[in-house]
Unconditional design. Structure first.
Length: 307
């Protein structure tokens, strides 16, 4: 969907703990001036601030809300915007920036800001996941993949960036244990043993433009449920092949994949749970998809609409 009107007034929510030490305010200020956009900023200090700021900004009569931070900060802002007609602008500032990569938003802050003034931009309506009273935009992982997020702490991510996740993976593999997962997907029950379960809204890996599966779509009204059953050399080969070809794995001995709108999951033992980069440690989970919950401004793709 093409942009109907130019952005003249924007509220920017900033997580000061994000980024790589760059001076972000001069970049934002210069970009907004060049674009002729009036802007105000809110700085987060604690968990929940970004959600409160987003809800308050909606009442200000602005044209858009922007968020500078990682996927965790983005999740909080989205939580305050579900159902709103005001568009969201993503200014990547995290280690992985999964959703920004998914939507083709430049990693460079100046480039992302310049899009607002020079475009071309389009509006993309995307889905949001929900469990209990919480929302998520990227996905939830349980077990091994959640251990990676827990192991890649802020200090490590500041020092090593995305490599922090690989260091965490090496540590997590040493203590890996299989779990028994009970899944109920759109009323159909599944029992499967594995080392991790991932419920994804987005398929992008964050550090590349490659997705786990080209069929995973943030606008298809579905969540993707993936259970990795074993950790061995065959799995490594399968993952490499999957990433290169971007095709859904068909080796069900190693990986199982379902899609659905309503998912209930429990496991045979307590496992770490992470949601959009935040560790929760809460299971069982009842997860639903909210189709077309928010609108995001994204770079216009040449030759075709992305709506």
């Amino acid at each position: 969907m093409a942009m109907e009107k130019k952005i003249k007034n924007i509220h920017i929510i900033i997580n000061p703990g994000s980024g790589k030490g760059e001076s972000i305010l001069p970049i934002i200020n210069t970009s907004m001036k060049e674009a002729g956009i009036k802007w105000e900023a809110s700085i987060t200090h604690k968990k929940g601030d970004a959600t409160s700021f987003a809800k308050a900004a909606i009442k200000e009569g602005i044209n858009a809300i922007a968020v500078y931070g990682g996927d965790g900060t983005l999740m909080e802002v989205v939580s305050g915007m579900v159902g709103s007609e005001i568009p969201l602008v993503i200014l990547p500032g995290g280690s992985a920036n999964v959703m920004a990569n998914e939507l083709g938003i430049p990693k460079d802050l100046k480039e992302a800001c310049t899009l607002l003034g020079h475009g071309p931009l389009e509006m993309k309506t995307i889905d949001v996941g929900q469990f209990n009273s919480r929302y998520f935009i990227v996905g939830i992982s349980i077990g091994f993949s959640a251990d990676l997020v827990k192991g890649a702490d802020r200090e490590a991510k500041n020092k090593f960036g995305i490599l922090a996740y690989f260091f965490a993976a090496a540590a997590a593999l040493k203590k890996i244990e299989l779990s028994h997962y009970h899944l109920k997907i759109d009323g159909v029950e599944h029992e499967v043993q594995g080392l991790t379960c991932v419920i994804n809204n987005a398929g992008n890996l964050g550090f590349t433009k490659i997705s786990l599966d080209k069929n995973i779509d943030v606008s298809d009204g579905l969540l993707d449920v993936v259970v990795v059953r074993k950790a061995n050399l065959s799995l490594l080969k399968l993952i490499v092949t999957t990433l290169i070809k971007r095709e859904r794995p068909d080796n069900f001995e190693l990986v199982e994949h379902w899609q659905g709108k309503d998912i209930i999951i429990s496991s045979s033992r307590k496992q770490v749970v992470q949601c959009d980069g935040e560790v929760l440690e809460k299971i069982p989970l009842h997860i639903k998809i909210i189709p077309g919950a928010i609108k995001v401004l994204v770079p216009k793709k040449k030759g075709k609409s992305i709506e």
